[in-house]
Design a binder for this molecule. Sequence first.
Ligand code: WT7
Length: 637
Amino acid sequence: MSYPYQIHTPEEYHAAYRKSVNDPEAFWADIAANFYWRKRWDRVLDWNFTEPSIKWFSGAKLNITENCLDRHLGSLGNKPAIIWEPNDPEEHHRVITYRDLHAKVVQFANVLKNNGVKKGDRVCIYMGMVPELAIAVLACARIGAVHSVIFGGFSAQSIADRLQDAMATFIITCDGAFRGNKEIPLKSVIDDALVQCRFVKRVIVLTRTRTPVSMIKGRDVWWEDEIKKVETHGNPDCPAEEMDAEDELFILYTSGSTGKPKGVVHTCAGYMVYTTYSFVNVFQYHPGDIHFCTADIGWITGHSYIVYGPLGAGATTLMFEGVPTWPDAGRFWDIVDKYRVNILYTAPTAIRSLMSFGLGPIQDKDLSSLKVLGTVGEPINEEAWNWYHEYIGKNKCPIVDTWWQTETGGILISNMAGVTPGKASFATLPLPGVQPMLVDENGEELKGNGVSGNLCIRYPWPGIIRTTYGDHERCRLNYFATYPNLYFTGDGCLRDENGNYRITGRVDDVLNVSGHRIGTAEVENAINMHAGVVESAVVGYPHDLKGQGIYAYVIYSGTHGDENLTRQDITLTVSRIIGPIAKPDKIQFVTGLPKTRSGKIMRRILRKIAEGETENLGDTTTLLDPHVVVEIRDGKI
Ligand code: WT7
């Protein structure tokens, strides 16, 4: 596999960037020419940001799995596509070649067909990080079913909400998942969700933990049994469904500033081109390199940089089932050493957590295979950047700080490893094809360098969100209505004297906890469901490991026994409604919340108090009851 669109020098970067701005359609057509199309496009791009309506490569016919699998079989058939490291280091790892992966995807695609899954059907996937998760995702894409992967940390209620929103009638899950010393009973969580979702026709269950599960006759089937059926009766092939460029590929739910998660929709052609292009360029992938992205496929990072981007490039992608700190805090380094990993892509929160264990876990680990390090998900503080650079990269590996979002499909702003310079805590420069713009609150462009404002993108790139599932207006309002003719990211950003971008964090009511996006309104809704809670307000505060922690102010009218017990009850309610990932770190009981006369909660003040500020709480004179601020401040936990 060679990548004619791979950029190798700063000069090539600048030339590609200029071309991408002067003639975007020619720029993307040249890149798209390196993929396998059943039929080429009639038009490269049709767009307007008002509706919005964005169509890339319209008229083209393709299947993303022919690009990720079939086209590699000739030259890369015996090369590893997926290397899988199990949770338990004593268990055997697996190496799945491109030929094996193709065969398994085809086989499971036939299982899906046998079970009645058709093109356009939504299939929910709720599994641990086993190779069959990647296989399930690709099998859906093979037959044109729309996958919606849900991270294993979401609760039954969250799953039910998502199933209903997408009207997903099929589910693929596991009996359970191993994560560190925990076993997560996935099928049982699905069973709880399905009490509310009678429209689900079939649940396919893979055996992983052998935890006892209930299997409902006529609805639930075992993955292994279904495979046997297609092995003995079925056609061993499963020709890929011919898809239109703009047919839906997947839905992935993400939090926003309103109470309900949105189903971000990505489509076939643009997403394929963008993830592969960005993978090859940002990480400077070279054939034979081993790429280890530590994310979970339940998040966009896993979709784009464990599955589609690497496989589109014919790369070897390493999938890890477990957690960084089990059996000990040297686990990532053991994996790097064991497989001679060349590219390591992880989150600042993981780096900070591993830093806290000191240098012991790194000693005696051979990290010399590493060439490129990457981070994603949240701003990386300089201390973590320096530690990563010095102790993991041994001062010789470039670090790519990759800024992007679920909605962008792939990396938009990042240095390119060894090609364009990195700078601690800066995502640096946009990829060719990406046109960032900073605006003030009124939407006026902030031109020149040394400015900061709200980050927008002024022109489409192939990986951009197309709609929010079932509610296009929501997509328009969220991303395209704040500033006319611009995609608004929700992030604040600074551009330094040299034109490097530094993301400063969300400017809306969305938190970033350990690199995971959580809407404050969603957490408040969950807290408010707890009996006895009258009202609540949730804000973020700086947290050493998580980046941001969740601080909840709660007005509680229930019978106060032990306050700590009530806190635990509220926490459990949040776990049940959203999932353990949204549990508040701190809960402070208050008798009132600072509100304006119009009833709006002044979060700015609550944020300051949560951050530990005691003196400068800003103007409180417009508050209905300024005294409440003093009470809250003095009662801070
Ligand atoms: C939000 C998107 C994209 C995959 C993981 C998160 C923040 C992401 C960076 C970075 C500073 C970052 C932004 C963004 N973010 N990458 N390199 N530097 N902030 O995806 O859940 O869609 O969240 O994560 O605030 O808007 P997500």
